[in-house]
Design a protein. Sequence first.
Length: 285
Amino acid sequence: MLATGLVATRFVHFGALLLLFGWSLHPLYAGGGAPRRPLAALAALALVSGAAWFFLTAAGMAGSAEDAFDPATLSAVVRQTDFGPLWLARLAVIGLSLALVLAPMRSPRAAWAPMLVASLALASLAGTGHARITGGAAGALHVASDALHLLAAGGWLGGLAALIVATRAALEDGFLRRFSGMGYIAVAALVATGLVNSWFLVGAPAALITSAYGRLLALKLTLFAAMAGLAALNRWRLTPALAADPHNARALAQLRRNVITEQLIGLAVVAVISLLGTLPPPAGG
């Protein structure tokens, strides 16, 4: 029961932070600030799910859900583990992100503050995952690669969310072109950092078949390939069609369907990631 709850909590937390960071990049596409209500909802969801993750981890260490709120258990998690202090610091950063989103926007430059704090909250997840089991300089490289992997994924998924709700006027104003440019960078970063992470955690390609972790990773790669295929279709067929005729209703409808499908596949990837974090990697150690 605790394991199921932890996987579900990880899914919600990962998804909220990925979307929060990616959607906070809205100024890159349309200028000004990102829409506040969805960002506030995502930050609040990340804060609540992050707290739930902390208590579920404490319960797992104690061996029962009843002990998760026991002061002695919580004190031991904070004082005797690396996870406790880091997680409390992460919750403080997420709380700051929520405060920034809710605060009055006094200047256009202030729109970048939520994005910077959200990037820190998302990247810090690398310090609590499998990347930490690699020691020395290689460990630092692994954590940095994992952090960049998370930021690239967040930029893509959150950008898709912004694209789904973008108006026709925004699309005609270059939103689509700017998102495509960011998408190239995100996909390149995901491929490069994915190779680095796989080198550390999977090792031999045969482990993609012989281990539970490897088979889940293979599923993640398959889903990623499907997302990339849809993104390529959007970029090379639908974007030029809309550039030639901004009033092409058929192309616009197909674009929105493809983007929604990409987002759903992306959430499936997040679900796989949530499971991967609970399994021992074949080459970890």
